[in-house]
Design a protein around this ligand. Structure first.
Ligand code: GUN
Length: 291
């Protein structure tokens, strides 16, 4: 049997339409237009694409988008001074500093400098810390993990007692998605580069979230029949037949795994659009918190 394809683009479109409606209602009620500041330091080509797409998505739903570009040579003080300026700007409700930062900049200090009320990426240690604690709630949940959960819950409305395996333990995806799965009462295993018998562990998963950044690493033989597979990877693979000279593939060998899994997200068109949709939702929430 072939897996159901979880159409992230369609789910994201629904979320975007809801955000657009809410922004319109705010503006009609005389409230301030939500604003997002996107900070890009250096010239990482993938980051440039991501920031451009995020800013375009803002404009499409009526959120004001303010772009700030600093050279890779920017000092720690310059980046933090920009964050302080945005913290104080009443037109800016959300601040996004695109990661990774160029070598030499201290990411943790930059993220610490963002006011938690404007931390729409949910990367401030206070927001991540609250996510990790029982009985506490963060102001914002990181966008990619939140998007993974929305897609998962479409397939499995209850994750209670489900065996979930997360491949990868990054601050941006692996660890926060594992925390969200725990909060949803799944039984969670986090795998990483030192995990022994990785294919066996992955085969125990009813739900698999792959977020390692290794092209097509998860093979069909690693997947339990009927599992729900969320592929967070966006890897560029050289392909001379494509106009750009590359194509995008996930962390999952899609053609093999779709024959085994119950449901799977495609790359592109799966998690990627959901990340942006959740950022829009978080920015709207930040504006509401500021009302
Ligand atoms: N780099 C990769 N994913 C993200 C994200 O969701 N937000 C930011 N700011 N940087 C990223």
């Amino acid at each position: 049997m072939t897996a159901r394809i979880i159409d992230g683009a369609a789910v994201a479109q629904q979320v975007r339409a809801e955000v657009a409606e809410a922004v319109k209602a705010r503006v009609s009620a005389g409230k301030v237009v939500p604003g997002l500041a996107a900070v890009l330091v250096g010239e990482n080509p993938a980051s440039q694409v991501y920031v451009r797409n995020k800013r375009k998505a803002c404009e499409e739903v009526g959120i004001a988008s303010f772009g700030y570009e600093l050279p890779a040579s920017a000092s720690q003080e310059e980046v933090e001074a920009l964050v302080s300026q945005l913290n104080a700007d009443p037109k800016v409700h959300g601040i996004l500093v695109q990661l990774p930062l160029p070598a030499g900049l201290d990411e943790q200090r930059v993220l610490n400098a963002i006011r938690i009320e404007k931390d729409v990426d949910g990367f401030h240690p206070m927001n991540l810390g609250r996510l990790a604690q029982k009985g506490r709630d963060p102001l914002f949940v990181p966008c990619t993990p939140a998007g993974c959960m929305v897609m998962l819950e479409k397939e499995l409305p209850s994750l209670e007692g489900v065996n979930a395996v997360v491949l990868g333990r990054s601050n941006i995806v692996g660890m926060p998605v594992a925390l969200l799965l725990v909060r949803a009462n799944a039984t969670v295993t986090i795998c990483h580069s030192r995990t022994k018998n990785l294919p066996d562990v992955v085969r125990s998963a009813d739900v698999l979230v792959a977020a390692v950044g290794r092209e097509e690493m998860v093979r069909g033989s690693w997947v339990k029949p009927g599992a729900v597979v969320i592929d967070v990877g966006i890897n560029r693979v050289e392909d001379a037949s494509k106009p750009k000279g590359y194509r995008l593939v996930g962390d999952v060998a899609f053609d093999e795994v779709k024959e085994i899994a119950g449901a799977i997200t495609p790359v592109p068109g799966g998690v990627g659009p959901m990340t942006i949709a959740m950022l829009l939702k978080n920015t709207l929430r930040a504006a509401e918190l500021a009302d």
